[in-house]
Design a binder for this molecule. Structure first.
Ligand code: FES
Length: 587
């Protein structure tokens, strides 16, 4: 694409340097001043007449998942300039899972607001959003959906796998596995220190089908990334080429009116939900997709999501549901290999950032070849979709379980609740040798929902109590209103809605109560009679607010965050319009 086919329009107040002028009461002066300042950076009038592509740079010393940002920005700039545009990079905040207290989810909405406001405030005709670590891609897509400027997502790409004493390892399914072995005293201090050096073998995002990989696949399935953009690892030439193509494509989007609203439709969200199920994707993907859709007034219908789960098998054989890593998925042809298998179930007329439909892009994709990472439909990794939606008197607003990463023998049973009131209580008592807990009990953790912790931490993956781990127990039923990392596995019920901190039924559970879990019937029931529950409800009181709860971003968060079934977005950021719900059904 040359600048000729996308000419700058000097008279158009909604394009280029004229866009969104600072208010001085004199638009001529505003433009004069703006140009004077940017010329201070050495730019010429000719450069300033080009279409402007903003590049959201989320590089940070605290975010090794974005450690290849300088190379990506350089490649995006090259692509923009080859296509006749002027690239202008700008920073937004960056959020890494392990460097965000109290939790990265607490900061996702802040990053989305930063992205939205900076895209809207600064003159750009289109924007390239570079994210990667779990919360950054959803934050950028949420912000872009609200800003309404043509936007294209580029992910940083996955890290390489490492090798520990001859065994291939990668973050962070193997992080959890080795830590569980350490807790069970199967490996010693020396080995756990050794493996710590190998789990993250390069910059880039986690190498399994965790939330980052899930959101990379979802961005491509939504049509918000260039085809083939989801899977190239961070340090490969393929990743750099994708970055260059992304820059060029951003220029091509200008003038075609390819705003996020045209791409992010009910049909594209349904495609993304199918992909989420078929990749055995992270449970966090549902929360993020709900939030992105909510920015456009589209509701994700969880009952229908569960129904399509029954007809959408897990086909991608990646950890934690399967065996392989992201670099293997890329070598197997990436997401397009999966989309080809799912083709009969997809809305092929959904638009993408290329201006072509998903079906047209699949027709133009490289031919298939023999590989063993993406299974054919008749030989799935797991016969149903990876995630099931549960209901019952313990979760009137719903809960979810990643059935593809759960233990088959634990998904249909009744158990005694052993309750931990919050994370502090869990930390205090979990490894107490006198704790009254057995392998067939249900561990219940309260106060880790959106308001509770706050920020809905990924603490739903409760460690197995040390005395049980030592005895060889690998999995137990664990129930909470929190989330879990997409890299984790186990029989873990999450996202109970409404959460305990606002008086949901989870708040009423006591040690010794019986709970019934039936994934086949999609049931989560607290087996306590209604009169007793009413008595407990009458005596329930919310925890008093702390001084920290009363100021700043934390106050905004606590006052306005929605529950998991609304994506944990802030209520005032969701669209007031009603643009229907998904799934809309295959035509
Ligand atoms: Fe960044 Fe896993 S911690 S992707």
């Amino acid at each position: 694409m040359s600048s000729k086919s996308c000419p700058p329009n000097d008279d158009d107040p909604a394009s280029g340097m004229r866009k969104g002028l600072t208010s001085y009461g004199d638009t001529g002066f505003s433009l004069f001043l703006r140009k004077a300042f940017i010329k201070g950076a050495g730019l010429t009038d000719e450069a300033l007449e080009r279409p402007i592509i903003g590049i959201a740079n989320t590089g940070s010393g605290y975010n090794p998942c974005h450690g290849n940002m300088p190379q990506l920005v350089e490649a995006v700039k090259r692509g923009v300039m080859l296509a006749g545009g002027l690239p202008v990079e700008f920073p937004t905040i960056s959020v890494h899972e392990s460097f965000s207290s109290p939790t990265s989810m607490f900061l996702r909405n802040l990053m989305s607001m930063d992205t939205e406001e900076m895209v809207r405030a600064q003159p750009m005709d289109a924007v390239v959003l570079i994210g990667g670590c779990d919360k950054t891609v959803p934050a950028q897509l949420m912000g872009a959906a609200s800003a309404g400027v043509p936007a294209i997502q580029l992910v940083t790409g996955s890290m390489l796998t490492g090798s520990h004493r001859g065994e291939r390892v990668g973050a962070c399914t193997d992080c959890r596995r080795f830590w569980a072995r350490y807790r069970a005293e199967e490996i010693d201090d020396v080995e756990v220190a050794d493996v710590n050096n190998q789990l993250v073998a390069s910059v880039g995002t986690c190498s399994v089908m965790g939330t980052a990989s899930t959101m990379a696949c979802i961005a491509e399935a939504l049509g918000m990334s260039v085809p083939g953009g989801a899977t190239p690892p961070a340090v490969t030439a393929d990743r750099i080429r994708i970055a260059e193509r992304t820059g060029a494509q951003a220029v091509a989007m200008i003038g075609r009116g390819l705003t996020p609203e045209r791409i992010l439709t009910a049909k594209s969200f349904e495609n993304a939900l199918r992909v989420l199920l078929a990749i055995g994707g992270s449970t966090n993907g549902i929360v993020h997709l709900t939030a992105i859709a909510g920015r456009l007034g589209i509701r994700l219908d969880m009952e229908a999501f569960d129904r399509i789960g029954k007809e959408t098998p897990v086909l991608v054989d990646l950890k934690p549901s399967g065996q392989h890593y992201m670099e293997d998925f890329h070598k197997a042809g990436g997401l397009r290999t999966l989309l080809r298998e799912l083709r009969p179930l997809l809305h092929l007329d959904a638009m993408t950032v290329t201006g072509r439909t998903l079906g047209e892009e699949l027709d133009a994709a490289p031919p298939p070849f023999a590989q063993d990472v993406v299974r054919p439909f008749d030989r799935p990794v797991y016969a149903q979709g990876g995630i099931a939606v549960l209901r019952g008197n313990l979760a009137p607003g719903g809960a979810i379980i990643k059935q593809s990463a759960a233990t088959a023998g634990l998904m249909e049973r009744e158990g005694r609740a052993v309750v931990f009131e919050d994370l502090e209580d869990l930390a205090r008592r979990l490894d107490d040798e006198s704790l009254d807990i057995h392998a067939d009990d249900f561990m219940v953790l309260k106060h880790i929902g959106p308001v509770g912790a706050p920020g809905m931490p990924e603490a739903g993956y409760m460690p197995i109590p040390r005395k049980l781990a030592r005895a060889g127990v690998k999995d137990m039923v664990r129930i909470s209103d929190g989330r879990m990392s997409g890299t984790a596995s186990g029989t873990i019920v999450l996202h109970i809605t409404p959460e305990s901190a606002i008086g949901g039924p989870l708040a009423l559970v006591r040690t010794g109560d019986r709970i019934r879990l039936s994934v086949s019937r999609r049931e989560l029931a607290l087996l306590v009679d209604d009169a007793e529950l009413a008595r407990r409800q009458a005596g329930w009181r919310p925890r008093p607010a702390s001084a920290a709860d009363e100021r700043g971003y934390r106050k905004l968060f606590l006052d306005t965050v929605t529950q998991a079934d609304q994506g944990c977005d802030f209520d005032f950021l969701r669209s007031p319009r009603d643009n229907g719900s998904t799934p809309v059904g295959k035509p």
